[in-house]
Design a protein around this ligand. Sequence first.
Ligand SMILES: Nc1ncnc2c1ncn2[C@@H]1O[C@H](COP(=O)(O)OP(=O)(O)OP(=O)(O)O)[C@@H](O)[C@H]1O
Ligand SMILES: [Mg+2]
Length: 266
Amino acid sequence: MTESKPLLICEDVTRRFGSLVAVDRMSMSVEKGEILGIGGPNGAGKTTFFDVITGITPASGGRIVFDGHDVTRMSADRLCQIGMARTFQLNAAFDHMTVLENVEIAAYYGRAPRLFPGLRMGSETRKAATDALDLVGLSGKAGKLVAELPVLDRKLLMIAGAMATQPKILFLDEPVGGLNSDEIDFVIDLVRRLMAGGLTVVLIEHVMRFLLALSSRVLIMHHGSLLFEGPPAQVAENDRVVEVYLGQGTRERLKKHFAVSVEATP
Ligand SMILES: Nc1ncnc2c1ncn2[C@@H]1O[C@H](COP(=O)(O)OP(=O)(O)OP(=O)(O)O)[C@@H](O)[C@H]1O
Ligand SMILES: [Mg+2]
């Protein structure tokens, strides 16, 4: 049996801003179909790590291999066209355009470059956009202006825009920050549906309930480096993770949560 290669490999990825080393020799790999969760304190370098991988900001060092190709110096638009999509920690959308127009723009520019680019979006673009809106449950609001949307719908719109580019891997930066408990459950269910379709997902989240429910493996970053890597049930067992990130209260809650989950397993 031949072993399949990881979809994404990061080797010693580094990003410096002057004397600040925001990402400090981060290495990791992501398998096809996996859901990898990344946590860590504010300023740990999580978003910058996403920014380097997805071509928003250049690496100062290290190497990134995606789908068998060295993509370390590839531009964000090209990376998107070959199958990387992401959402942003802060809402990123054209506020004075409609929901459908926003997702159509993502579908049009996020897919392979056309031989004869035109001003009109074709039926293929429209279909990719409407399918993505269906997927996240926003079809009923396709004609609404983005400025009128509540926070959950803005988060869903970013996911729809990313999915309209038909990615192989999706990076989600704090997809449930600021959402209430029912809304978080809705996004958990949505990410599970995306996974069921074969998508590979890497997500950053401070909401532990979300991060641990979805991830098959968790990385915790601190000062730009990897502090912990392991299964969700072991995150709260690590003394350094508790010391620099979770605190004792969260450790106790998570221990109870996993004890209950284990007892509930037949
Ligand atoms: N463009 C930039 N110029 C200078 N410093 C930056 C820049 N972007 C990020 N930083 C710094 O890099 C460090 C890591 O920031 P980053 O936003 O990646 O952290 P994070 O782990 O995503 O934090 P949070 O959980 O608050 O979102 C911080 O010290 C931040 O101030
Ligand atoms: Mg961040």
